[in-house]
Design a protein around this ligand. Structure first.
Ligand SMILES: Cc1ncc(COP(=O)(O)O)c(C=O)c1O
Length: 390
């Protein structure tokens, strides 16, 4: 089918909640995506950080296809092997206790919010159920996660939103203390590296203060690692670099390597909060997605994570030398770039012409390459980026 016809069908039959770029993807391999005209792009977006192992990773394909041939879905009425194996790996590597599986980041955060609400509402001494999230945060598109999201865009049209959410300033520990005094929250919900809000890594001192408040006032720390998690930060979880253990970690995107899967990892305070009947998801713990996720987690050993850090250092080092780059933010291979005389959105359009896929984040340019991107692919991308940013 030619690209014009695909675009026509899309325009006529798809509800337009997205503004698409003028690229019709046909196939992909490694970090390279080819459109229907045969034009190749180095993919520094990787499906919004989902394609953590790039395209056509052999071990992942083998596991997924093998599981498809065994059984594609069972429902949560029965046991199946892949889910508990993924959960065991996540628990052992996070140092937390138990996992609940969903299919997306929004759904993962919804489960985190429900867990925190039930925790706070059933506390023995007094009931508390306010959740404090951050300005410029992004937590998903369900009604509760939209409410938790701290980006001003498009919330009022969905009113009434879910009560019990308050937004704090980023990196302002004093304000956080004031809000905690005022609202007596059951949880803080934070992305340690904010994605949609501009790829900003939270200040260590701010996170330290939040953790201190959690410890002293029995507030849960929900760490939304949907975008930064599963190796992208250079450690399996970003919280490892902030030196604390959250009560709930939400994950999605990268663990699926391109298949829909998400969930929460719960610590000692939260792992037994939800009980049968409290929550569910038909496709949660789907065996095909989980068979792939096992490969993702096995691939991300120490050597692999060291290579993520090396690639991040290389790309960041080269970006810093470019004339239009005025600052870098983020962690590891989640890179936010401040630009001189150009918005992130403008840079994305220019990069696309040069054969690189990237995305904006606020006013910044955001790079989220597959974690498996090769040196050659990095060189090719940098050559194109220099044409636009140097
Ligand atoms: C930090 C964060 N949380 C939650 C979500 C929502 O994930 P999903 O689109 O899979 O529902 C996203 C998506 O970009 C995200 O970046």
């Amino acid at each position: 089918m030619d690209r014009g016809h695909i675009k026509e069908l899309d325009a006529k039959y798809i509800v337009h909640t997205y503004n698409r770029y003028d690229v019709v993807v046909d196939h992909a391999c490694g970090a390279l995506v080819t459109d229907v005209n045969g034009k190749e792009y180095v993919d520094l977006c990787s499906g919004y950080a989902a394609n953590s192992l790039g395209y056509q990773d052999e071990a992942w394909l083998e596991a997924v296809i093998g599981q498809l041939k065994k059984v594609q879905h069972t429902s949560n009425l029965y046991y199946s092997e892949p889910g508990p194996l993924v959960a065991e790996k996540l628990v052992k590597r996070s140092g937390l206790c138990k996992v609940w599986f969903a299919n997306s980041g929004g759904e993962a955060n919804e489960a985190a919010i429900k867990t925190a609400r039930k925790y706070g509402n059933t506390l023995a001494d007094h009931k508390k159920n306010t959740i404090i999230s951050l300005k410029k945060s992004f937590h998903g598109r369900t009604l509760a996660t939209v409410t938790a999201t701290g980006l001003a865009e498009a919330q009022e049209v969905f009113a009434p939103l879910v009560p019990g959410f308050v937004h704090a300033e980023i990196d302002d520990p004093e304000e956080l203390v004031k809000l905690a005094d005022q609202y007596d929250p059951c949880a803080f919900l934070m992305e340690l590296v904010q994605g949609e809000g501009g790829v900003h890594a939270l200040d260590r001192a701010f996170v330290d203060k939040a953790v201190e408040l959690c410890d002293s006032r029995d507030i849960l720390f929900i760490d939304d690692e949907v975008q930064v998690g599963i190796g992208r930060s250079g450690t399996l979880f970003a919280f490892e670099q902030y030196g604390f253990k959250p009560d709930i970690v939400s994950f999605a995107k990268g663990i699926g390597a391109g298949l829909p899967i998400g969930g929460i990892i719960c610590g000692p305070k939260t792992c037994d909060v939800l009980v049968p009947g409290d929550h569910g998801s038909t496709f949660g713990m789907n065996p095909v997605a989980c068979a792939g996720a096992c490969v993702v987690l096995d691939t991300m050993d120490e050597k692999f994570l060291a290579s993520v850090n090396e690639k991040a250092a290389l790309i960041r080092g080269e970006l810093k030398k470019m004339k239009k780059v005025t600052g870098l933010d983020g962690l590891g291979l989640m890179i936010g770039i401040d630009l001189k005389d150009m918005t992130g959105a403008e840079a994305v359009e220019k990069l696309m012409k040069e054969g690189v896929l990237a995305i904006p984040a606020g006013s910044r340019l955001r790079l989220l390459p597959p974690l498996t991107i090769s040196e050659d692919e990095i060189e090719r991308a940098l050559k194109a980026i220099r044409k636009v940013l140097d």
